[in-house]
Design a binder for this molecule. Structure first.
Ligand SMILES: [Fe+2]
Ligand SMILES: [Fe+2]
Length: 440
């Protein structure tokens, strides 16, 4: 007997034999899992680290699921033999597993955030089966009456402050705080953010372009189309945040934000100029904007930022900055620009584009730093929003990883050696790094 049950006749126990029987029966009944899990055929072990006190057999390491093409052929307690047999071993403590089951938290998200560890298998491979993992979790018996995370997502709305007159000024009152983080960023912007896109020489880029194959041209046009619209979107959608900060009288932050918007405008100008001068013909850029890209850049980014015109509550600000600074800039743009500049320098090509991207990356690092500062400031004052904010970011990270999948979909082999796994891995690392910086 692996497991000592508590003598609790009413409350069912997680990870008991009865619980496993129920789970197995649920999987068999689930059309959703049959559909979403049809491409998954690897046995998985759910491992407990440390082993719960209730388990009496120390040879027991977790639960083994023989998952094959939308079916589960076997579910049992796993000893070392079954761990060896499994292709994937995921490890977490008992509390984390239960939280994931009860709140139906996306398992891939838990992996990305490091709450769940991959002991065997590959994170990137698991990320490509995200929907199968989520559908499997839905079948897992949850013994709770607690509200789901979605039900807990309630926005606290406060009417926006309307300023019709000034009662005082910072400059003539307490004085500008030159040591504050936003003023330090502003100082850097004045030093490093003053580059002029028009000064970048694109002569060599034009020569290189003429020598590219059609496939090579296509990937450059594809990436450019994503960056062009992305930079324009962040230029268009930043104003409501600046206005919100201004209304709160945070003059140091507003001073910095003036350079932020100017830099985004230059990024938009830079790509437009590159495309205009180097990419010959009239490519259909928008044909590269696929559904997930459109969902984030055409809908969610403007939605969360423009919500600030009517709702300037701390939670609305968190959602706006989380979407803009954490996901669009901190995860997608960082990954895209890193990959792009790596590709250009490794192949020694398009030196003008490379120079612009290097300068633009420096600007972006300040933007992200400001976003993290803003998020930390709000979360310090309103820790009650942590949970909702975390869920917001998790949802958007799913969109971001889907945008990466979408980017690689049309290509069997991507020119210039670009790899989806590299993109996903880098994006996940960036996200984890930012999450750590805001204490999530
Ligand atoms: Fe930018
Ligand atoms: Fe930016």
């Amino acid at each position: 007997m692996f497991f000592n049950k508590k003598t609790d006749a009413v409350k069912k126990e997680y990870f008991s034999q009865e619980w496993m029987d129920e789970w197995l029966a649920n999987i068999k009944k689930s059309d959703e899992y049959k559909k979403k899990g049809k491409d998954w055929n690897s046995p998985v072990v759910i491992q407990f680290k440390p082993l719960p006190d209730r388990f009496s057999d120390e040879n027991l390491l977790g639960i083994y699921l023989d998952l094959q093409y939308g079916e589960c052929h076997d579910m049992r307690y796993a000893n070392q033999e079954y761990v060896d047999k499994a292709d994937v071993v995921l490890s977490a403590d008992e509390k984390t597993w239960i939280r994931m089951i009860e709140e139906r938290i996306d398992p891939i998200m838990m992996l990305m955030k490091g709450n769940l560890k991959v002991k065997k298998g590959s994170l990137v491979m698991l990320a490509t089966h995200r929907q199968a993992a989520a559908a499997l979790l839905q079948t897992c018996p949850a013994y709770t009456d607690a509200p789901s995370s979605k039900e807990l997502k309630k926005s606290l709305k406060e009417p926006p402050a309307v300023r019709k007159e000034h009662s005082k000024f910072v400059s003539t009152g307490r004085g500008i705080n030159f040591d504050s983080f936003p003023m330090q960023l502003f100082e850097k912007s004045k030093k490093f953010g003053i580059w002029n896109p028009s000064d970048i020489d694109l002569t060599k880029d034009k020569e290189h372009w003429a020598s590219f194959t059609d496939e090579e041209k296509t990937i450059i046009i594809h990436l450019s189309s994503l960056f062009m619209a992305g930079e324009e979107a962040v230029t268009l959608d930043l104003l409501p945040l600046i206005q919100t900060i201004s209304k709160e009288g945070r003059v140091e932050e507003e001073i910095y934000l003036t350079s932020f918007l100017w830099e985004e405008a230059k990024h938009t100008e830079f790509f437009a100029r590159f495309v205009h001068e180097v990419i010959a013909g009239d490519p259909d850029f928008e044909s590269f904007h696929k559904p997930f890209y459109k969902k984030l850049f055409y809908q969610k980014l403007p939605f969360y930022l423009n919500t600030l015109y009517t709702d300037t509550s701390p939670l609305a600000q968190l959602k706006a900055s989380g979407t803009y600074n954490m996901i669009v800039e901190g995860t997608l743009a960082e990954t895209g620009y890193e990959a792009y500049s790596k590709m250009l320098s490794e192949h020694n090509m398009l030196p003008g584009l490379l120079e612009g991207i290097k300068l633009l990356k420096q600007d972006e690092s300040r933007h992200i730093a400001y976003g993290l500062y803003l998020i930390n400031r709000i979360l310090d004052e309103h820790p009650e929003h942590k949970f909702t904010f975390e869920n917001h970011l998790e949802e958007l990270l799913t969109d971001a990883t889907n945008i990466i999948n979408e980017l690689f979909e049309p290509y069997d082999v991507v020119p210039f050696g670009l790899e989806k796994e590299w993109f996903l891995d880098y994006a996940i690392k960036q996200f984890q790094h930012r999450m750590a910086k805001i204490g999530l």
